[in-house]
Ligand binder design. Structure first.
Ligand code: CO
Length: 209
């Protein structure tokens, strides 16, 4: 039998710590949310979004999946995106990948992973798009790191291809950011993706709104 007693004990302590800060802490939280950010990250148990960003409940709307993918026919990520942009009116969207990502690693190797094949196929497509740059990197671990970064960049591009993001950019200056979390050091790295430049580059083909 699984023993969750420690977890429920932790929860009681957590409640007490919040109420010590403010007796109306949960009453205030229950009134609603107005997060400024949408964060799309990997499901990896080591990449604890709120913890590593030091943000409080209510501050970030979060979606996580294997290898932080933004796939246009994935109802889950698209629902999160549309709700966050159109209803919560988030101001910024962050795609956060991480080094040592198992999903990216699996996409770099051959092997039949069943239901994961079509999911990881999207990362293989990123590799194909950037094949020349990646194949020129001799050190395999450096090539792996670079694919993590390029995958983040391509998922940012996928976000920019959506009507929701294009419209919100035009109407209220919503922008998309690409970050990488380095599990080896704990550092959060801004890839400084040039959002307006990418937007200009892809609008010729992908303009919706
Ligand atoms: Co991962």
């Amino acid at each position: 039998m699984a023993d969750f007693s420690k977890i429920f004990e932790n929860n009681e302590k957590w409640i007490a710590s919040k109420l010590a800060i403010s007796p109306t802490y949960f009453e205030d939280l229950s009134k609603g949310q107005q997060p400024e950010y949408l964060y799309i990250g990997c499901s990896d148990s080591r990449v604890t979004a709120e913890d590593l960003m030091g943000v409080k409940p209510g501050e970030v709307f979060i979606h996580r999946n294997i290898a932080n993918m933004v796939i246009s026919i994935d109802l889950n990520v698209m629902s999160v995106l549309n709700y966050a942009v159109n209803h919560l009116k988030v101001k910024q969207i962050i795609v956060c990948g991480h080094y040592a990502c198992g999903g990216v690693k699996a996409a770099m190797q051959s092997g039949d992973l069943g239901i994961l094949n079509p999911w990881l196929r999207n990362i293989r497509d990123v590799y194909r798009l950037h094949k020349n740059e990646l194949n020129a990197i001799e050190d395999e671990s450096k090539r792996y790191d670079r694919l993590v970064e390029l995958n983040v960049q391509e998922q940012c591009v996928n976000l920019i291809k959506t009507a929701a993001v294009q419209r919100a950019y035009k109407e209220r200056g919503l922008t998309v950011h690409g970050w990488v979390f380095d599990v080896r050091t704990g550092k959060l790295i801004d890839l400084n993706i040039d959002f307006p430049a990418i937007l200009r580059g892809i609008m010729e083909i992908y303009r919706i709104d």
